[in-house]
Design a protein around this ligand. Structure first.
Ligand SMILES: [Zn+2]
Length: 273
């Protein structure tokens, strides 16, 4: 099954679970229960994700953010519903949707005819409420369970659907995980979060910046990278993000930047330990 409006395209990941892709390269996931639907993240906020979701379902909608970064909460302002975000991220959300980050997401972007620039810049993060570890939300036949996984941001959350053994991990998992700057947690905290994810009996993980479903081996590699990447041999990174003055790109031992295309590549960007 595939549904498209020419900008967003929804494809089925598992029965009742759709991944919404677009040129934004920050996926949004839609979980369809029999009584309620859940949306995980809202994308950049340039094209109207709410209108697209409403072409797929008219069920009451629960909305979750994996974390506060602009490419995940950008479309929050389209929704009147409450939106759940990890408690610890509520404090840094304003920075994440600042004019600077909003501008960065417009670079090279195709704008819709209806684009409301003023709403885009001033939209904020919508009607946020906190979500805590252990909270569980029944959708009718499918359940969303919240798990606190600080690292990439202090309030990062993962969302697990036990009936499909699928976990949504936001930016906690990727080929290069950002673990630096304003609002991130330290490395031991991140290592612990990856172990928590791996302790779930999941079969499939969905990361925001990887289009395809991931297996457990991918998250195990992220854990090895988080545990073993060496700061001293890392490459300095220049970044405009506050608090990132000592950030370095640090690799899985035996790898360098030249191994980027290797499927086994793993790196984290971190501050001086
Ligand atoms: Zn992020």
């Amino acid at each position: 099954m595939s549904i498209s409006n020419g900008y967003f395209t929804a494809v089925e990941t598992a029965p009742g679970i759709l991944r919404i892709n677009s040129e934004e390269n920050a996926a949004v996931d839609l979980i369809l229960g029999s009584e309620r639907a859940a949306l995980i993240d809202t994308g950049f906020g340039v094209w109207n994700i709410r209108e697209f979701v409403r072409t797929i379902t008219d069920l009451p909608l629960l909305i979750f953010n994996t974390h506060c970064h602009c490419d995940h909460v950008g479309g929050n302002y389209f929704f009147d519903e409450e939106i759940r975000m990890g408690t610890a991220d509520l404090g840094t959300r304003t920075y994440a949707v600042s004019r600077f980050f909003r501008d960065s997401m417009l670079n090279g972007r195709t704008l819709p005819e209806s684009f409301d620039k003023e709403a885009y810049y001033s939209g904020g993060c919508g009607n946020l409420i906190p979500v805590e570890e252990g909270e569980s939300f029944g959708l009718g036949g499918l359940t969303v369970e919240a798990l606190s996984v600080p690292g990439h941001s202090v309030g990062s959350m993962a969302y697990y659907v036990p009936e499909r053994k699928i976990v949504f991990v936001g930016d906690s998992v990727g080929r290069t995980v950002l673990l630096y700057g304003n609002g991130s947690a330290d490395r031991p905290t991140y290592v612990n979060s990856l172990k928590k994810i791996l302790a779930l009996p999941f079969v499939t993980a969905m990361a925001s910046h990887e289009r395809e479903p991931l297996g457990r081996d991918y998250i195990e590699r992220c854990l090895r990278t988080a545990e073993l990447a060496d700061y001293e041999s890392g490459t300095p990174v220049s970044s405009p993000i506050a608090g990132s003055e000592n950030a370095r790109l640090c690799f899985l031992p035996g790898m360098t930047e030249a191994d980027r295309d290797d499927p086994e590549f793993g790196a984290i960007i971190m501050d001086k330990p």
